[in-house]
Design a binder for this molecule. Structure first.
Ligand SMILES: C[S@@+](CC[C@H](N)C(=O)[O-])C[C@H]1O[C@@H](n2cnc3c(N)ncnc32)[C@H](O)[C@@H]1O
Length: 231
């Protein structure tokens, strides 16, 4: 009976609006945060895989992830090299809470340190990081220069910044992509990063498995852009 009622309620539950989904993706919050976090883990797994393939890390490196969602991929990242110290920053209190809970052991062992905050105001000393990466985050930067200058400040000269995103052409077709997303093509991203002292080293584009949401299936095309902070 309970199962039947649950199914009935599910049937009449209103589909979230594109604006609601966009706001949740930008900054997961409230009762929907857990759901959106779990969905992102599924739909963004292949993009994480692409970025992790490119991430060049040496033993003992200090690494920062910006906008980690619920921190589902921290363990895989820490397996990339010996003695890594991983830092994460996300401005969603719900995501920081979920990531701290799911990764309590890594935090306890001193392998992982998580902060709540924004990429335009980082709580780290200058020149701390050997590598920085973010996945599905730069769409939400209204003023990219402020974020890039701050990220550059905390990177060592010659350190690399790995940016995982879906292509502009693919994003434009997705139903939840409202004006909250600032979509930029490869050349525009290269120009903006270049103006902030980042040199493009490599761009790898890859067709990902399609994603089904709300009854429709969408093609996915991911990109990993690798930048180096000029010395
Ligand atoms: C679309 S989700 C992507 C999550 C995860 N990286 C993934 O690809 O599955 C964007 C994440 O970045 C965080 N975020 C967005 N803008 C941010 C900023 N300026 N500083 C820190 N975190 C940010 C959000 O809170 C959210 O957790």
């Amino acid at each position: 009976m309970l199962q039947f009622l649950k199914k009935l309620l599910q049937k009449f539950k209103p589909t979230p609006t594109p604006e609601f989904i966009a706001q949740q993706l930008r900054k997961p919050h409230g009762a929907f945060a857990k759901t959106i976090g779990e969905r992102m883990n599924e739909s963004n797994r292949s993009l994480y895989k692409l970025v992790l393939q490119h991430l060049q890390l040496q033993p003992g490196n200090q690494v920062l992830e910006i906008g980690f969602g619920n921190g589902h991929f921290f363990k895989e990242i820490l397996n990339k090299a010996e003695r890594l110290k991983l830092y994460g920053i996300d401005f969603s209190s719900a995501m920081v809470k979920a990531a701290r809970k799911d990764n309590a052991e890594l935090i306890r062992q001193g392998l992982l340190e998580l902060e709540m905050g924004s990429s335009d105001q980082l709580p780290y000393t200058a020149g701390l990081f050997d590598a920085v990466f973010c996945i599905n985050v730069i769409y939400f930067w209204d003023k990219p220069f402020t974020h890039l200058q701050e990220i550059s400040r905390v990177m060592k000269p010659g350190a690399r910044f790995y940016v995982g995103i879906r292509t502009k052409e693919i994003m434009e077709k997705l139903p939840f992509v409202t004006p909250l997303f600032k979509l930029r093509g490869k050349e525009e991203i290269q120009r903006i990063f270049g103006e902030c002292g980042f040199e493009l080293i490599q761009t790898q584009q890859e067709t990902e498995p399609p994603v089904t949401m709300y009854g429709a299936t969408y093609a996915m095309e991911g990109m990993c852009m690798v930048f180096e902070k000029k010395a």
